[in-house]
Design a protein around this ligand. Structure first.
Ligand code: FPP
Length: 254
């Protein structure tokens, strides 16, 4: 008797709407094979393509990838340069495919530190895919959760200084409005590959109620089956958002 693989997939209504990923382990993947670290990043870019396709096909609404953190500038200059080149080359190679797959691209982070060509290209990619209605692919580049909160605080301070806002009217909801991704659902599931169990200054504000999932799999090996395992784990968890288990059970039967 053959088993239809679709029978074992997480039902669409139980899938996370927003998946965020810390793609870790590129360097170790390469080292295990006595290859330069840069080869790990190149293979990592292939995993990005696989997971974007899988999320797109499964009907995930938002996928946010941590491509380059505000702390990644501390890496050796040659590695930073390779990452920037790979970033630009991947964008150039993939943009047509992404557009055809109805993916909407968006970048978060301080792009002013990037080369002019990368800044132009990211803006162009956003414009080109702006009307697409499928997966929203957010690339966090020169992004940090603390940077995000600081830029939100700065904008609020400017409003106060200009007399348009009273300090007393600053609430969590208003602050949220000034953070990146405030127009999108908050991440339901954070996946971190590579065995470490930390957030590393990713979406600090947005992940207050995100389910965390850590796997030893190194990012270049990560595939659609691994994503499915993470989604199945997510579907098996009870999210309570501060309520009791009883309250959740009662509202489910109401
Ligand atoms: C972490 O692995 C990975 C990065 C800092 C870069 C992620 C970049 C890519 C996957 C390539 C392209 C991405 C896009 C979105 C086009 P690590 O180097 O810290 O690995 P290690 O912990 O094993 O050293």
């Amino acid at each position: 008797m053959s088993v239809d693989v679709r029978d074992s997939l997480t039902p669409p209504e139980q899938l996370p709407r927003h998946v965020a990923i810390i793609m870790d382990g590129n360097g170790r993947w390469a080292q295990q094979r006595s290859l330069p670290r840069t080869m790990g990043h190149r293979e990592g870019a292939k995993a990005v393509r696989r997971i974007v396709q899988a999320c797109s096909e499964r009907g995930v609404t938002v996928l946010t990838l941590f491509a380059f953190s505000t702390e990644n500038w501390r890496r050796p200059p040659w590695e930073v340069e390779v990452l920037m080149k790979l970033f630009l080359a991947t964008l150039r190679n993939e943009i047509r495919r992404l557009d055809e797959a109805n993916v909407r691209l968006r970048f978060i982070g301080d792009r002013s530190a990037f080369s002019g060509i990368l800044q132009d290209y990211t803006a162009k990619a956003e414009r080109r895919t702006a009307a697409n209605t499928g997966l929203i692919l957010v690339i966090a580049a020169n992004y940090g959760g603390r940077w995000d909160m600081a830029q939100a605080g700065r904008k609020l301070a400017e409003e106060v200084a200009a007399g348009r806002l009273q300090p007393g009217s600053i609430t969590a909801d208003l602050f949220h409005h000034y953070t990146c991704l405030s127009d999108l659902p908050e991440p339901d599931l954070l996946i971190r590959t590579g065995g470490e169990q930390r957030i590393s200054n990713f979406l600090l504000w947005q992940m207050a109620y995100t389910e965390l999932y850590f796997t030893d799999r190194l990012w270049p090996d990560y595939d659609a089956d691994d994503l499915e395992s993470a989604c199945a784990a997510f579907a098996s968890r009870q999210r309570r958002f501060g309520q009791t288990a009883d309250q959740i059970a009662r509202s489910a039967h109401a």
